[in-house]
Write a protein that binds this ligand. Sequence first.
Ligand SMILES: Cc1ncc(COP(=O)(O)O)c(C=O)c1O
Length: 377
Amino acid sequence: MPLQTYREQFPILRDKIHLGNCSQSPQSLPVLAAMDEYLENWRTVGMDWEFWMEGVERAKISFARLIHADVSEIAVLSSVSDATSMIASALPIGHRHHVVTTVDEFPTVGHVWHAHAERGRIQLDFAKAADRIYTPAVIEPLLQASTALVSVHHVGYYNGAKQDLKTLAACAHANGSFLFVDAYQSLGTCDLDVKTQGIDILVSGNLKYLLGMPGVAFLYVSREVAEQLRPAMTGWFGRQNPFHFDAEHLDYAEGARRFNTGTPPVLAAFAARGGMDFLQNVGLKTIERRIDELSAFALAGVRARGLALASPGDVAHKGATTAIRVGDAHAVEQYLMERNIIASARADVIRIAPHFFTLESEIDQALDAIADWVRRH
Ligand SMILES: Cc1ncc(COP(=O)(O)O)c(C=O)c1O
């Protein structure tokens, strides 16, 4: 399909430049159609749990395909915070109660590990890399014989710094530890294969590059790891047979089903599947190449305008986001919004986050407006 046909799937692109994909991607017709399947069923059938469960299963299948996992390795939760809490509730693993994470995680991940450390359930260490790139050289000194998990992001929320997950997995595994990855800022922009990368546990929501809406998140736990975990955060959907209705006994379902809790977020799961299937029809490898082109274009544009780059300076070390240090980033976000340009502020940076449907001319317009704001302030 030509780019213009894809762009027509996003009605908002007629009126606005949407470079806020690191925060919330634009609404698309395939996502609306998937949501409408649920709404129409609710409207006309009235009560149809089987249809709901089928819809959630289809979303799991789509997510599994996206990361090259098996559907039995996927659980459905409501947010990355929930999915992280789920894993924390299953620690320690045997004698291993130590978690190594980084100061550059999205804060929610750090908060969850902290809450469990505060209760004495785990021991926690934070790694800090000055350039926000986490190599084994940074992580290794913090590992202990008791380290259960190394918890890192794939692409950083603040400036798009991209981590080499394969080397981090090898580093964790050499210590007998597992790799936990927050891939919220990368899924939808690249072809990530959890098996070849050696990822043991992965979490992501869907409202960023996966084109979905708030309310749903997916948790991948490899088959081997899942069988070792008995989460304290649980509910009837985590049982071998949720419809057995036995309050007196606690069993754990096979594989990642044990990480389900209560009634899943059905509408959001329908939307998520619509977005993920759309991306897979375009092709993740094609999208990855296009994002790299746009990333290189944005980097060149930032340099040409003399703006202060806060992202890594080469495409190999960054995801889709290009962050520009502007000081009062919320004022810049507002300034852009008034010009029909959607970009996202975080602390002192404004983030330009294109997707496969973005045009170079749109990035130019955004960078011109940012340069204009910087000149005046
Ligand atoms: C990398 C990353 N992780 C986690 C989150 C938050 O996830 P949730 O709100 O689903 O808990 C965000 C949100 O911006 C994020 O960028």
